[in-house]
Write a protein that binds this ligand. Structure first.
Ligand code: AMP
Length: 299
């Protein structure tokens, strides 16, 4: 099984209470791929500028991430800058320079068009629809989005939601998307638009899975130090979908395991800046923390 992901490949400048990194590897598609690569091969479709140093991707290539669908366009790579507050759950976006990403038109290479597992990372819903139009009968489409599209392109976004199987959003986005302040009513309203399941990320409070009218809740793994929360959501999605694709099973048990794997990998990502923690992270370390996590939530 392999996964297709379409999303941003970025150079991030991030400031937290623990320091600052400039032009370090980032982007939703890369964070997703790094996490999912622990479970199965990943094919990325995205764009970078001619300033992008592809040698930075070697650790991901070694892990089975395929970059044949990454286009290099003349111009500069997408850049994003963010500063986190002392309370790491709050951040200010300092800048978003779309650069070559502004004209990104995802072209899915023919060898990926029959991919069974697809992750539509947070990009313009029009582009997400273009991706879906190029793929034949995927088994599972998982969708991410952000408030920019909820506020600016709601009707297109609803079209994508209707064509997706699982929507992953945070609690604030759930409220904005549905117009309901009660989370349960909000979830039920969105579920009626089409997706079979919703995963609501609640930052350091964990994640909530809604499926067939039932809930499953997992806390976040307790950490003493969160150095850089960037990419936590995308790496959660990578662990989640990576596990589902590897197990090729979408029953309740798999979905619950997937939530815990997603939370486990996200808990590693935030322990250092950018991808630093993932470069040497082993499968054994992930499995050990998964076991601790499982013990923590079983009673
Ligand atoms: P997260 O921390 O999960 O919100 O993801 C942060 C990542 O998303 C960073 O690495 C950014 O490069 C990337 N990002 C930020 N804004 C956008 C955007 N408008 N479109 C696509 N990717 C973005």
């Amino acid at each position: 099984m392999s996964i297709l992901v379409v999303g941003s490949i970025a150079l991030d400048t991030v400031e937290t209470a623990f320091g600052k990194v400039e032009d370090s590897l980032g982007g939703s598609a890369l964070y997703f791929s790094a996490a999912a690569s622990y479970f199965c091969p990943v094919n990325i479709v995205g764009v970078v500028g001619s300033d992008f140093d592809s040698s930075k991707l070697s650790f991901l290539k070694k892990r089975g991430v395929n970059f044949d669908g990454m286009h290099v366009e003349s111009g500069e790579t997408f850049r994003w800058g963010g500063r986190y507050h002392k309370d790491v759950n709050k951040r200010d976006t300092l800048f978003t320079f779309l650069n070559v990403f502004e004209d990104f038109q995802p072209k899915i290479p023919s060898q990926y068009q029959k991919t069974e597992f697809v992750f539509l990372a947070n990009i313009d819903p029009d582009l997400q629809l273009q991706v879906l139009d190029q793929i034949s009968k995927p088994k599972l489409v998982v969708l991410d989005t952000m408030n920019l599209w909820i506020n600016g392109k709601l009707s297109k976004l609803k079209e994508v939601i209707a064509r997706s199987d699982i929507l992953i959003v945070n609690d604030e986005e759930t409220t904005e998307l549905s117009g309901e302040s009660n989370l349960v009513l909000a979830i039920e309203k969105i579920a009626a638009w089409g997706p079979k399941a919703l995963v609501i990320k609640k930052g350091h409070h964990g994640a909530l899975l809604y499926r067939d009218g039932a809930f499953f809740f997992a806390p976040a793994y307790p950490l003493k130090k969160v150095v850089d929360p960037t990419g936590a959501g995308d790496s959660f999605a990578g662990g989640f979908l990576g596990y589902l694709a590897q197990s090729d099973n979408l029953d309740n048990r798999s979905m619950r395991n997937a939530i815990i794997y997603g939370s486990t990998i996200a808990s590693f990502v935030v322990e250092d800046f950018s991808f630093k923690r993932l470069v040497d992270l082993t499968q054994d370390q992930i499995d050990q923390r998964f076991t601790l996590f499982k013990d923590m939530v079983s009673f």
